[in-house]
Design a binder for this molecule. Structure first.
Ligand SMILES: Cc1ncc(COP(=O)(O)O)c(C=O)c1O
Length: 365
């Protein structure tokens, strides 16, 4: 066996949820409300580096009210899933990509870097201990264990500076199929009062502040009867960036599939995987700036035939119509053919129903 970067101690819970209780939760897990029996923790100081890696019973944290993260939001996180295949084995999807993104987010937030191998080892350790919490795919074929690694500034100090005590943790929560009756197109609200990121800002980092700043725009979307908000660039309010928690793709009549270029958006692992997968499926995939006018005109002229959003939670989600102050694109009630083909291809790899020709899956146990 390869040398493991972390020496992880494991203390099993002596108040495990019963098998009957776990089965009941896994039958209808919802999202983000139930948590497994254990959690992973490792801490860092400049003197010790990363130390005391441990899996322990899941439970609340005790934090001093002056803990830095509570005041200055020095925090990064990741979102990924563990999938149970038909033979009972458990896998994650491109976990080294989550690890690499956390490294980038950590650098932006002036955190120490947790080595990518240690990140993957931590996720594997927790999922292995809590493996009975990874659901069978279920009828819709898409249940999973959602895994949430996160890093927080745990130094007790009110000065504004990078924390000298940092804690990295992993928790996990069983997740139901996002769409139980097949993907339904979502309606998007175009935010023109709020932006998510600016040049030199934190848009490319997965950090809590980006989500806090999206909430009021999401509230506005909900008030206008829309499911999600779509953000434009912070400089010209002209180019499409992404949704509050998903990247975007535009399918063109000429076979091109276009996604907004990187810079101020989150570099989604689903987005990156679709670039490779759709390319292999014969589509010409382009990363470029897409203006809001091109979106609206492209729909009107038929040049853009399908729009979809993508991310770990919902994989690939068809976009129905786009609404803005004073107008909207025509309603779309059915998921598009290309959207569904890409969705199926990706989900089938994740659940081991198709050959993993890219070598994306990582077996845990
Ligand atoms: C702002 C934002 N964009 C895009 C994504 C999609 O990223 P991924 O495909 O890695 O889940 C997410 C989801 O985590 C997100 O929060």
């Amino acid at each position: 066996m390869q040398d493991m970067p972390l020496d992880i101690s494991i203390t099993r819970s002596d108040h495990l949820r019963s098998d009957a209780e776990v089965s009941e939760i896994l039958a209808n897990p919802g999202f983000g409300t139930h948590f497994t029996d254990h959690m992973f923790t490792v801490e860092w100081t400049p003197e010790s580096g990363w130390y005391d890696a441990r899996v322990t019973p899941y439970g609340p944290l005790t934090l001093d009210p002056a803990t830095a993260v509570l005041h200055y939001a020095q925090e990064t996180f990741e979102g990924m899933k563990a999938y149970r295949h038909e033979d009972g084995s458990i896998w994650t999807f491109r976990p080294e990509e989550n690890a690499a993104r956390m490294t980038r987010s950590s650098r932006r937030l002036a955190f120490p870097v947790l080595e990518p191998d240690a990140f993957v080892q931590a996720v594997d350790a927790l999922v292995e201990v809590d493996q009975r919490w990874v659901p069978e795919p279920g009828e819709a074929g898409e249940k999973s264990l959602y895994v949430r690694p996160f890093m927080i500034a745990t130094e007790t100090f009110l000065g504004v500076r990078p924390a000298q005590h940092v804690t990295f943790m992993v928790i996990a929560s069983p997740a139901g199929a996002y769409f139980t009756k097949g993907p339904v197109p979502i309606t998007l609200w175009l935010s023109t009062d709020y932006t998510r990121a600016g040049r030199g800002g934190m848009g490319a980092a997965k950090t809590g502040g980006n989500y806090a700043s999206s909430l009021v725009a999401q509230q506005e979307a909900t008030a206008h009867g829309c499911d999600q908000v779509v953000f434009l660039d912070g400089q010209e309010l002209r180019y499409v960036e992404e949704l509050g928690g998903m990247n975007m793709y535009f399918v063109h009549a000429d076979g091109r599939i276009v996604t907004p270029q990187l810079g101020t958006i989150l570099e989604g692992i689903t987005r990156g995987s679709i670039i490779e997968l759709a390319g292999k499926m014969g589509y010409q995939v382009q990363e470029q700036k897409i203006s809001i006018d091109r979106w609206r005109d492209g729909i009107a002229s038929g040049e853009i035939t399908e729009v979809f959003a993508c991310g770990t939670a919902a994989v690939v989600t068809p976009v129905g119509s786009l609404k803005w102050d004073g107008g909207q694109t025509p309603e779309v009630t059915e998921a598009g053919e290309v959207t569904m083909a890409i969705r199926r291809a990706l989900v089938d790899i994740q659940y081991g129903r198709a050959d993993d020709t890219f070598g994306w899956m990582h077996r845990i146990c």
